[in-house]
Write a protein that binds this ligand. Structure first.
Ligand SMILES: NC(=O)C1=CN([C@@H]2O[C@H](COP(=O)(O)OP(=O)(O)OC[C@H]3O[C@@H](n4cnc5c(N)ncnc54)[C@H](OP(=O)(O)O)[C@@H]3O)[C@@H](O)[C@H]2O)C=CC1
Ligand SMILES: O=C(CO)[C@H](O)[C@H](O)COP(=O)(O)O
Length: 497
């Protein structure tokens, strides 16, 4: 291990020449700074309150070459040119404040990298403003949490291609690696990196919701204990569902609360928090008109879980359940078959959620002119990030075979896999509905699948209604143009264009 080149003493002097600096040394910043240092890069470190900087140096200073700095001016002065400063602070006003402080000390050609979970429209605004000043701004998604930041996250840098020549090799050197490929690549201009990270998080929400529903069915329909559920998820993690989230689900469900001796899961309040990236994903999807029902259901399920007053008031309302056991719900289905059904439903719903997320990425790319490559995104999500999974390798292959795939559901591998799951999937939704277990993720994914494969949708009736009450017109299946029926008159049809 390289001896530290710094101390956190009050009279410490910046040494200069650091190829990278990190400002914001909470969970993510401290760990990514250590990751840079462990890879042999001298890393300048700074935090608004100096205590975190001192703690980092005293606890981990021996891991590599750190340059501890007390002020932003000292921090910037310690960087080699072109200066590269990675911001790891709270998204929003804090990020704007730090950017302003950094830019005031920087010169044209320098590079500010924002590794926080910024809203992509903020990133577009910041990139444009800094470009005017000759400073590169790299909006950079970083996923992997504390452990990933330290040992290799998935990194999604946006900004100019030129900036990537300066920051790409450094970022790639600390990213996770799968099949000798770093989980970091140039994503696209301005807000592309943060947009991709936002949709990654939206998919993360959907994936977690589906896992939660599978757990709820294991307990609510099969009557499994958390420990038994943990064994099921550990087993599922050996097959097509193999992923970080399934892996840690088994861990969380196996955990026993030291205070009560009960399974920890049973003493955690059932209200899911959210910091905003899932909600932003859905807002963007609504603006783009992309149906991301899996992500939307996941965001709303979090909102329902957090509606404590409503839930307390509604608790005990009659449910009219059709069954209380699996045997009553599905008389010919035994436990082992239903367990396999839940697995199949989880897998098929997950394919739908990822298909929708990738469709949103494509739509966002078209809207903002980013030229995103879905296959590249699947490639860098195979490792390091929260949704890392064997499954991403299959998505990568699907886009390699057809870069213009309209939906993952049309890729031969995934369409076969989903087709093989449909009967199980329906049984799961039937059983859940009969017993009164809410499965918004599973059922909306099935509804999406049935909708996109349907011969006719009730949309024709909605068009008729819109035309009736608002003269909004409709198109016909047998000839071009827009038409209106004179509903309040003789009910003849006129062409309106
Ligand atoms: N936690 C996670 O798992 C992940 C987080 N992210 C993103 O990474 C970023 C950092 O996350 P995390 O490490 O959890 O830290 P937090 O989001 O909790 O942010 C804390 C850091 O922000 C600094 N800060 C807050 N306000 C200001 C300000 N006005 N000026 C200067 N600094 C300020 C704090 O400084 P001080 O110590 O002085 O208070 C501290 O260093 C966030 O954008 C987050 O969304 C991304 C992926 C995963
Ligand atoms: O970015 C992340 C991982 O990639 C964070 O873990 C994510 O912010 C968690 O989001 P939320 O608190 O909304 O569940």
């Amino acid at each position: 291990m390289t001896p530290p080149s710094s101390s956190a003493s009050d009279n410490h002097t910046a040494s200069g020449g650091a190829p990278i600096g990190v400002t914001g040394l909470a969970v993510m910043g401290a760990n990514i700074a250590r990751n840079f240092a462990r890879h042999g890069h001298t890393v300048a470190v700074h935090n608004r309150s100096f205590g975190r900087t001192q703690a980092l140096i005293s606890d981990h200073g021996s891991e590599g070459n750190f340059v501890a700095t007390k002020t932003i001016a000292e921090f910037v002065a310690s960087l080699a040119t072109p200066r590269r400063a990675l911001i790891m602070v709270q998204a929003g006003a804090a990020t704007d404040a730090v950017i302003e402080e950094l830019a005031a000390e920087m010169e044209p050609g320098d590079i500010i990298i924002d590794g926080g979970n910024a809203l992509y429209t903020d990133t577009r605004r910041r990139e444009a403003a800094l470009r005017e000043r000759g400073i590169h701004f790299v909006g950079c998604g970083i996923s992997g949490g504390e452990e990933g930041a330290l040992n290799g996250p998935s990194i999604m840098p946006g900004g100019s291609r030129e900036s990537y020549t300066h920051v790409g090799p450094l970022l790639e050197s600390v990213a996770a690696v799968v099949d000798d490929t770093p989980c970091c690549t140039y994503i696209g201009p301005d807000g592309a990196g943060h947009y991709v990270k936002m949709v990654h998080n939206g998919i993360e929400y959907a994936d977690m919701q589906l896992i939660g529903e599978a757990y709820q069915l294991l307990t609510g329909v099969l009557g499994y204990t958390p420990a038994q559920c943990a064994e099921v998820f550990a087993e599922w993690n050996k097959g097509v569902l193999e992923s970080y989230l399934i892996d840690i689900t088994a861990d969380v469900l196996a955990q026993v609360d030291a205070e009560t001796g009960a399974p920890l899961i049973d003493v955690i309040l059932d209200a899911t928090g959210q910091k905003g990236t899932g909600r932003w994903t859905v807002k963007s999807a609504l603006d783009l008109g992309v149906p991301v029902t899996g992500i939307a259901e996941a965001v709303f399920a979090r909102a329902v879980s957090g509606s404590r007053e409503l839930r307390e008031a509604a608790h005990g309302l009659p449910g009219g359940e059709l069954a209380t056991t699996l045997q009553e719900a599905l008389p010919n289905i035994d436990e082992a078959t239903f367990l396999a059904d839940i697995h199949a439903a989880l897998y098929a719903s997950k394919v739908v959620a990822y298909a929708q997320g990738f469709n949103q990425l494509t739509a966002g790319s078209v809207e903002y002119g980013w030229d995103l490559k879905p296959g590249d995104l699947a490639t860098i999500w195979r490792g390091g990030c929260i949704i890392r999974a064997q499954f991403l390798g299959r998505i990568r292959e699907a886009y390699a075979a057809n870069p213009d795939l309209p939906s993952l559901l049309l890729d031969p591998y995934f369409s076969d896999a989903v087709a093989a799951s449909t009967t199980s999937w329906r049984r799961v939704v039937v059983a859940a509905t009969s017993v009164g277990v809410a499965v918004p993720g599973f059922s909306s994914a099935l509804a999406y699948y049935d909708s996109i494969r349907a011969d006719r949708l009730p949309a024709a009736l909605l068009q008729g209604l819109r035309d009736y009450f608002g003269a909004h017109t409709y198109e016909r299946i047998d000839k071009p143009g827009h038409f209106h029926t004179l509903w309040g008159g003789d009910r003849s049809e006129i062409r309106t264009d």
